[in-house]
Design a protein. Structure first.
Length: 87
């Protein structure tokens, strides 16, 4: 979530920051798995630690990205697609 666009403040903004950090960490783990990196950064956040067993050699990972066709959400859609491409 883009904080300036949402105009969230206080606890809601803090929660949004934590979600964004978790998604970034998840993207890093998926990227590392995809490129068969020697080190997988599972310990970066709680989300990736909880999902670690599902990233095993027999596991499959699917990343579903929500996008919008509306022009007013173009920047958000582009950010989401860039995230999916990086992961």
């Amino acid at each position: 979530e883009r904080l300036p666009a949402s105009e969230n403040t206080g606890p809601v903004a803090e929660e949004s920051r934590h979600i964004n950090l978790s998604l970034s960490a998840l993207g890093s783990v998926i990227h590392a798995l995809r490129h068969r990196a020697n080190h997988l950064p599972y310990r970066t956040c709680l989300l990736t630690r909880l999902l670690e067993p599902f990233f095993g050699s027999n596991g499959r990972v699917l990343l579903c990205v929500c996008v919008s066709p509306e022009q007013r959400f173009a920047q958000e859609t582009l950010c989401s697609l860039n995230f999916a491409d990086r992961a």
